[in-house]
Design a protein around this ligand. Structure first.
Ligand SMILES: Cc1cc2nc3c(=O)[nH]c(=O)nc-3n(C[C@H](O)[C@H](O)[C@H](O)COP(=O)(O)OP(=O)(O)OC[C@H]3O[C@@H](n4cnc5c(N)ncnc54)[C@H](O)[C@@H]3O)c2cc1C
Ligand SMILES: NC(=O)c1ccc[n+]([C@@H]2O[C@H](COP(=O)([O-])OP(=O)(O)OC[C@H]3O[C@@H](n4cnc5c(N)ncnc54)[C@H](O)[C@@H]3O)[C@@H](O)[C@H]2O)c1
Length: 451
């Protein structure tokens, strides 16, 4: 067994880990980055980037199909599935290579290959090496799970880790899970001509906590994807296909070429043997940590990225990694920023700041409909709903949106919420006409009781 000492040990070289490594190193700490795989990130390999590349092709097909509504005749639209998937993989490989380059640029003696496992609060074992670290950052990410109910048809089941490797498009696809992963990929494949049915045990899509925005998103998305929500699914193999049966008011069964399991991504914590650390864990075995400093209790162990099951999105992995690395090396943590998540469907789904379930007493809600917005009417993007939340003092605290181009609305809202702006000041900003941004002004005025 070899012994090694370091200031900060970072477990996982994904987005969170790479940022943690860089931040600790920049603080002058003797930093070690431990990775069990080949490097690269979930985002580039089978997350954000290939899913957005697939959606881009899908939205292009959709735009071509709906051009007739503007008086533009395109003829029949043919989707070349092999070309679409090849482009997705080419882009994925390009983004992946860029991240690998950054990883490979880290000096070899600052990296250790292998699976890390705690043997105490300040000790890790990686293969034949025992590492004694002043501080340790857990940045081990999350992995998809496949429900046991799909065991009978396992050979036909993909997750987001394998679906981008299919060479051609299936004729039919069942997607289990209407979270962001399931929703984005269900709409992408549907727009590419695949017959898609989306199943979920719950009746919420994209994690939307606001019931009215959820209902408007469901109504919009179900025009392209068959939705079976609030159902339990069982599976059996039949003639090389997967026959799924579901419960509920409209119980039934249907055969599919392929299945995508998008039923959640629990954090990768099992191999870490966290029981040896003395950390307080939640009911799922995830360490409890301070969301500002990323520190677990009074320990010298920190959590960043999807490993913490808190805001599992890319910018939080990057920022959380930076904060964990900095604080682990003796720096100060900045403030917590508003939550911000986008699901890149059409309409896009955006949640910013305080969610509907956490609205304080006396909160006010203002609404606006794309159907009443001149620009949305011109662009034929009238689906969805915008809801803004203010606290009882009139401060803008959150928003839930289903609308075209909502990603742009969300960024402005995140800044306004972070700066603690009042709904009155927000409504009084310069809102250019005709823009979708005017939806925000309209919703703010609605919350203020103005017309
Ligand atoms: C399909 C999909 C689409 C997404 N789209 C978006 C999007 O559009 N926008 C957005 O903001 N977010 C998106 N996300 C979420 C985003 O990808 C994640 O939040 C982010 O990649 C998490 O980064 P991470 O560093 O926590 O984990 P990862 O990048 O997964 O890194 C974890 C690393 O830890 C390593 N590791 C694990 N255990 C050990 C161990 N014991 N020892 C050593 N190494 C270990 C792993 O090998 C891995 O390299 C998407 C996710 C998915 C699945
Ligand atoms: N655009 C983005 O930023 C983006 C895109 C994709 C993923 N992500 C991130 O990745 C995280 C994980 O996303 P996800 O969609 O994999 O997980 P999720 O936990 O958000 O959603 C999983 C869904 O699967 C359902 N489900 C669970 N078991 C089921 C079963 N047996 N049958 C039917 N339905 C079942 C759940 O009810 C839930 O709706 C998200 O929270 C998000 O932060 C972000």
């Amino acid at each position: 067994m070899e012994d090694r000492r370091c200031g900060v040990a970072v477990i996982g070289a994904g987005t969170a880990g790479l940022h943690a490594y860089e931040a600790a190193w920049n603080m002058g700490a003797d930093t070690l980055l431990i990775e069990q795989g080949s490097g690269g990130t979930t985002c580039t390999r089978y997350g954000c980037m290939p899913s957005k590349a697939l959606l881009a092709a899908a939205h292009a097909a959709h735009a071509a199909r709906r051009a007739g509504g503007f008086g533009i005749r395109t003829g029949d639209i043919h989707v070349d599935g092999e070309a679409v998937m090849a482009r997705v993989r080419a882009l994925r490989d390009r983004f992946f290579a860029a991240v690998l380059e950054d990883y490979d640029a880290i000096p070899a003696d600052h990296r250790l290959h292998g699976t890390a496992c705690f043997t105490g609060p300040d000790r890790l074992v990686v293969g034949d090496t025992t590492i004694h670290a002043d501080a340790i950052v857990i940045a081990t990410g999350a992995r998809p799970i496949v429900p046991e109910s799909l065991d009978p048809v396992r050979a036909l089941v993909h997750t987001h880790e394998t679906i981008f490797d299919i060479e051609t498009l299936p004729r039919s696809l069942a997607v289990l899970g209407a979270g962001p992963v399931g929703l984005e990929l269900a709409q992408a494949f549907a727009r590419l001509g695949v017959a898609v049915t989306l199943f979920d045990e719950d009746d919420i899509v994209g994690g939307l906590g606001d019931p009215q925005v959820n209902a408007s998103a469901r109504a919009a998305l179900s025009q392209e994807v068959t939705m079976r929500l609030g159902v339990t699914v069982t599976a059996e193999a039949q003639d090389g296909r997967a026959r799924l049966s579901w419960t509920g008011a409209e119980a039934g069964s249907e055969s599919f070429d392929l299945i995508l399991a998008a039923t959640g991504r629990p954090p990768c914590l099992d191999p870490l043997a966290l029981d040896t650390t003395g950390l307080a864990l939640d009911d799922h075995g995830t360490p409890l940590f301070d969301h500002r400093t990323r520190r677990c209790g009074d320990s010298a162990i920190f959590v960043a990225g999807d490993a913490g099951s808190w805001r599992p999105v890319l910018h939080e992995a990057a920022r959380g990694g930076r904060i964990a690395g900095m604080v682990a090396a003796g720096g100060e943590a900045p403030r917590v920023l508003p939550a911000f998540a986008i699901t890149f469907t059409d309409p896009q789904l955006v949640e910013v700041g305080t969610g509907f379930a956490d609205l304080p007493d006396g909160a006010r809600i203002g609404e606006a409909k794309p159907a009443d917005n001149g620009r949305a009417v011109i662009e034929r993007t009238t689906e969805g709903l915008v809801r803004l939340y203010a606290d009882r003092d009139g401060r803008l605290i959150g928003a839930s949106i289903a609308a075209a181009e909502a990603e742009h609305l969300g960024h402005g809202l995140a800044l306004a919420i972070d700066r603690g702006i009042s709904m009155a000041d927000f409504a009084d900003q310069p809102w250019y006409h005709p823009t979708l941004e005017e939806l925000l002004q309209q919703a703010a005025r609605d919350a203020l009781g103005e017309d």
